[in-house]
Design a protein around this ligand. Structure first.
Ligand code: NAG
Ligand code: NAG
Ligand code: NAG
Ligand code: NAG
Length: 244
């Protein structure tokens, strides 16, 4: 009994010291979204600062569901068995860099469906932390086309279509005076077999205004201002002029 008591004391006196040291560390991802094209590879940044070795930690990258990881490292190795099958063979953690607290994930052969927010989580059982990084796999869609649809008994509609976008674009309608009349329209989005998005938007037209434009544009990310070289976002307009 005395032996057990002493062992217990030693364990208790060690624990607080360890957790105090780690309490100061946290995990950071990237404030800026990463923008890439399909087929390319990226490194999703994530690190523990101040640095802690993550070699003996559980390191988990995931999107919506923490239980279906994009990548899991545990018991000092990659656990590919539980990995989201969409990511099989496309992810890598650098084991050497884990020692420096760098949890960055290499993701290759990008697909449009990879667009989204990625979380990196690490824990040693006592301490844990989490960071986030957004990835945009960008594809510009087709020039929009406008057609007129008139069905018996219904008000005439203009339909604007554009295909092959990633991520989902924004559709903006304007009347001949340039007023934003998007709130009068109805837009539907469909994903094709390659993961790209098609938008179709209609607006019911009134007699008195005979000019409409439909603009399909990339949605500007709030942190997208930083890169002066960026050609992002792109918008494409199609004009409809109804004959008098
Ligand atoms: C945008 O950047 C700021 C600082 O650079 C950061 O605090 C914020 O979380 C970022 N917003 C998004 C949505 O990433
Ligand atoms: C146009 O209006 C829609 C909905 O009313 C709004 O979401 C959008 O931000 C507006 N766009 C511009 C460029 O004013
Ligand atoms: C848009 O269209 C869908 C299907 O056609 C319909 O269910 C929905 O009510 C419409 N929304 C508006 C705002 O008209
Ligand atoms: C912009 O592009 C030019 C040429 O491609 C390159 O030399 C420069 O470093 C870029 N600048 C930034 C801020 O990315």
């Amino acid at each position: 009994m005395r032996f057990l008591g002493r062992t217990c004391l030693i364990v208790l006196s060690l624990l607080p010291a360890v957790s105090t040291q780690r309490d100061g560390s946290s995990i950071t991802g990237s404030d800026q979204p990463l923008i890439a094209s399909p087929g390319e590879g990226v490194i999703l940044p994530c690190q523990i600062t101040p640095s802690l070795s993550a070699v003996d930690m559980e390191v988990r990258w995931y999107r919506e569901n923490i239980r279906v990881p994009v990548h899991l490292y545990e018991d000092q190795k990659d656990q590919t068995g539980v990995q989201d099958s969409d990511y099989r063979g496309r992810t890598a953690l650098s084991i050497l860099r884990l020692e420096e607290g760098i949890l960055s994930l290499k993701l290759t052969n990008l697909r449009p469906s990879d667009s989204g927010v990625y979380s990196c989580y690490a824990t040693d059982g006592v301490w844990d932390g989490q960071g986030k990084t957004e990835l945009i796999v960008r594809v510009l869609g087709t020039h929009p086309s406008i057609s007129m649809v008139s069905t018996q008994g219904e008000q005439t509609r203009l339909v604007c279509r554009s295909e092959g976008w990633s991520p989902e674009p924004e559709v903006i309608w304007r009347d001949r005076d340039g007023n934003n009349v998007t709130s009068l329209s109805n837009t539907t989005v469909q994903r094709d077999s390659q993961g790209l998005l098609s938008v179709s938007s209609y607006i019911k037209i009134k007699q008195q205004s005979n000019v409409f434009s439909c603009l399909v544009a990339e949605v500007k990310h709030q942190n997208q201002t930083g890169n002066p070289n960026s050609t992002y976002p792109v918008s494409i307009t199609c004009l409809w002029i109804e004959p008098d």
